[in-house]
Design a protein around this ligand. Structure first.
Ligand code: SAH
Length: 252
């Protein structure tokens, strides 16, 4: 019987340490080595005081640890039978590369397990009282990243026509493309948009505006990464939306 423990790819959730799963907390408590991404709230590391920490941040555009190096490190410890947790912000399978990393390890004979975390888009919406689906308003949610490796554009027209709530990750540097693409695709100019920065952490800030105001509102608000956008009629369900719809004022 193979008794080598799997390498665990674990979601740390969006920021609030209480949004961690019990399974994640247990695996952290048992871990010998924890490889930590930079979107992980450091408070979560209280669950693994005994573990050796290796920081492997990979923020877009910043200095980052090359993926190949991270893979090799995971493989080495996995083969040594170390209890290794690779801790990622949010959910490891939502724009978190868990799919690639797990496959890479499995192809080399190292078992990999994945533990969900609460992804930033879900947490951000909920923190603002935005229900991502709502009977009679939105029958679905589409999670997209605005940032691609090859800089190709998403099919914004199809997303505009889809009629689901859109949650956009990694969009702060591409607000113009998002706004123009959705408007050109036929999304109404007055479609409400919520931007939520540092969701579920004490640093959280949020703002609602209309799609036609997205870029100017974000500049005035000094929107910074990490932030998600929630685009859709469901934003109107939240008190946040009234900050713009009644007064057209920007609110923090
Ligand atoms: N796996 C992560 C996403 C990683 S991609 C998850 O499931 O949440 C990085 C992007 O996630 C950021 O550019 C931002 O769009 C979003 N993000 C991550 N943490 C966030 C937070 N606390 N608040 C708002 N957006 C966040």
């Amino acid at each position: 019987m193979n008794t080598t423990p799997p390498v665990w790819l674990v979601g740390a959730g969006p920021g609030d340490p209480e949004l961690l799963t019990l399974k994640a907390a247990r695996l952290l408590a048992q871990a010998e080595i924890v490889m930590v991404d930079d979107l992980v709230n450091p408070e979560i590391l209280q669950h693994c005081p005994q573990a050796r920490l290796i920081r492997v941040g990979k923020r877009g555009g910043c200095r980052s640890t090359p993926q190949a190096f991270i893979n090799r490190l995971m493989l080495r410890y996995g083969r040594q039978g170390k209890r290794l947790v690779r801790l990622k912000g949010g959910d490891p399978c939502i724009f978190g590369r868990a799919g690639e990393e797990a496959q890479w390890l499995r192809d080399r004979g190292v078992e990999a397990g994945i533990v969900n975390g609460i992804t930033a888009g879900l947490a951000g919406a909920t923190q603002c009282d935005i229900p991502l689906t709502l009977r009679g308003v939105s029958r679905g949610v589409t999670l997209v990243t605005a940032h691609t490796q090859d800089d190709s554009e998403l099919n914004w027209a199809a997303l505009a026509a889809g009629g689901t709530t859109l949650v956009v990750y990694m969009g702060v540097a591409r607000l113009q493309q998002i706004q123009q693409g959705l408007l050109a695709g036929g999304m109404p100019a007055n479609m409400p948009v919520a931007m939520i920065e540092n969701a579920s952490s004490p640093l959280q800030r949020q703002l609602a505006c209309q799609l036609s105001q997205l870029c100017t509102a974000a500049i005035a608000f000094k929107l910074k990464s990490p932030a998600v956008l929630v685009i859709g009629e469901v934003v109107n369900a939240a008190a946040l939306a009234h900050s713009y719809s009644e007064t057209s004022q920007l609110a923090g």
